[in-house]
Design a protein around this ligand. Sequence first.
Ligand SMILES: Nc1nc2c(c(=O)[nH]1)N[C@H]1C(S)=C(S)[C@@H](COP(=O)(O)O)O[C@H]1N2
Ligand SMILES: [Mo]
Length: 460
Amino acid sequence: MTVNSPNSEQPEQHRAPTERDKDAIEDAGAYGFPAGLWEAIGRRRPPLLPTSKTWRSPLRGPWLTSVFGAVLLVALPIVTLTGLLDYIAYGPQFGQAIPADVGWLRLPFFDWPTRPSWLFQLTQGLHVGLGLIIIPVVLAKLWSVMPRLFIWPPARSIAQILERLSLILLIGGIVFEIATGVLNIQYDYIFGFSFYTAHYYGAWVFIAGFLVHVALKLPRMVRHLRSRSLLGVLRTSRADTRPESLGPDGLVAEDPAPATISRRGALALVGCGSLLVAILTAGQTIGGITRHAALLVPRGRGAERGPNGFPINRTATAAGIDAAATGSAWRLTLTGGSSTRTLDRLALADMSQHTARLPIACVEGWSTTQTWTGVRLRDLAALAGISAPSSALVSSLERGGPFGAATLQGNQVLHPDSLLALKVNGQDISLDHGYPARIIVPALPGVHNTKWVRSIEFRS
Ligand SMILES: Nc1nc2c(c(=O)[nH]1)N[C@H]1C(S)=C(S)[C@@H](COP(=O)(O)O)O[C@H]1N2
Ligand SMILES: [Mo]
C-alpha cells in the first residue's frame, strides 16, 4: 500500500510494510526465534501505549527527521571530540584528569600544546557552547521520531532488537550528557556522584549508540534528504503544507491533522531556539559587551565588579585561605634540584619580570583574557637547578581538594609566557585572584592555574 501526499514532488520509494514484517519474521526464524513469537507479542499491545493514530502532526516524516539528523551529524562529533580533547588537556598522564583510571577506555595521551594560547578556550568553548546550542535540535529530533519510540511490538527481529538497544544508548546517553553538562555549568552539583566521572562514561555510552545509529541510518538519511528540496520547503506556506508520503518508518501520521505551522516555520522555530541559546551563552567565551547577554552562565556575569575586574572562580574566603599566610610571612619554596630555594615576594619582584596576555578558560563554561606580569616559570626552574624539567608539581596554600595542587607538563613550564604572576593589568593580583602569586600558562585548563602558590617541585 503506497499513499502519496498530493504535493510531494518526488514520491519516495519504499517497500510495503507487510513485506517488511515478513522479512523480519523470517529473520527471527533464521536466528532461531520461533516466528510465531513476534506475532504473539504483537497481539499483546499494552492498552495505554500510544498507537500509530495518536501522532497527528502532518510535519513528521523522514525528511524532517533527516534534516535534524544532518545538523546533529555535523555538530555532535564536534561536541564529542572537543570534550575528549578537554579530558586530555587535564593531563591524564599525571592522573589529574577525572576519572583518573578509565581502564580500557583510556585515550591516547599526548602533551597538551601551549600554542595557540587560546587553544583550551576554543575546545572548551566549542564543547560547552555547541553542546548548549544543539539542545533545541536534539529536542526537535526526539519529537520527530516520537512515534517510533512507541511502536509495537518493540522489535520484530534480532537486528531490530540490536537497533533499539543502540537507541537506548544514544537517547539515554545524550539526555544524560546534556543534563549533567547543564547542571555543571550552573554549579549545581545535585547528583551524588562526580560530574566528571559520570560525564566521561556517559560520553562513551553515547558514542557507542551514535556510531551504531549513524552506520544504520546514514544511507536512509541521505536518501530522505534528497526526497524534497530544502528550497521548496522554505517556499511552502502553512496552507500548502502536506504530510510526507507514508512509509515503513512509521514516522508519517496515518491520520494527519491540518498543519498548524509550516515546515519552514518549524525549522525557523528550532533555529531561533538555538540562536537564542547561542546569544545567552557565547558571551561567556567571547567576553566584552556580549558578556552581559550570557545569562546562562552565572560565573561569567557581573565579573567587572570583582577585584581586578574579571570573574573569580572561588574567593579566598571560600577556599579557606588564611590572610596572615599570604602576608609578609609568605615564602615560595622551589624544590627538585640539589638544594631547596626559598623566596619572599620582594625577591620574586626583583627577578626579571615578563608580561603576557593570556586567557583563563574554565571548563565550566567561561573565559577571560587578561594581561599578566610575573616571573617566568622556566627562570624559577633554572633557579631551582633543573633547567629542562619534564614536569612540575605546583602546590597551593589551599591544601587538599581538587585545587590544592596541579602538575604541569615540561612544555608548559618552559613556554616563555608561562608565569608565576604577581600582577594583573598592572596591579598586584587581588587576594581572590591568588595573591601573593599564581600560575598562568598558555592554553592550560583554568583549573590548573593554581592560585595562592606555596611551592613548586620541578622534576626531570
Ligand atoms: N588554589 C586554587 N586555585 C585555583 C582555583 C581554586 O579554587 N583554588 N580555581 C581554579 C579554577 S577552576 C579556575 S577556572 C581559575 C579561575 O581563576 P580566577 O578565580 O582568578 O578567575 O583558578 C583556578 N585556580
Ligand atoms: Mo575552573
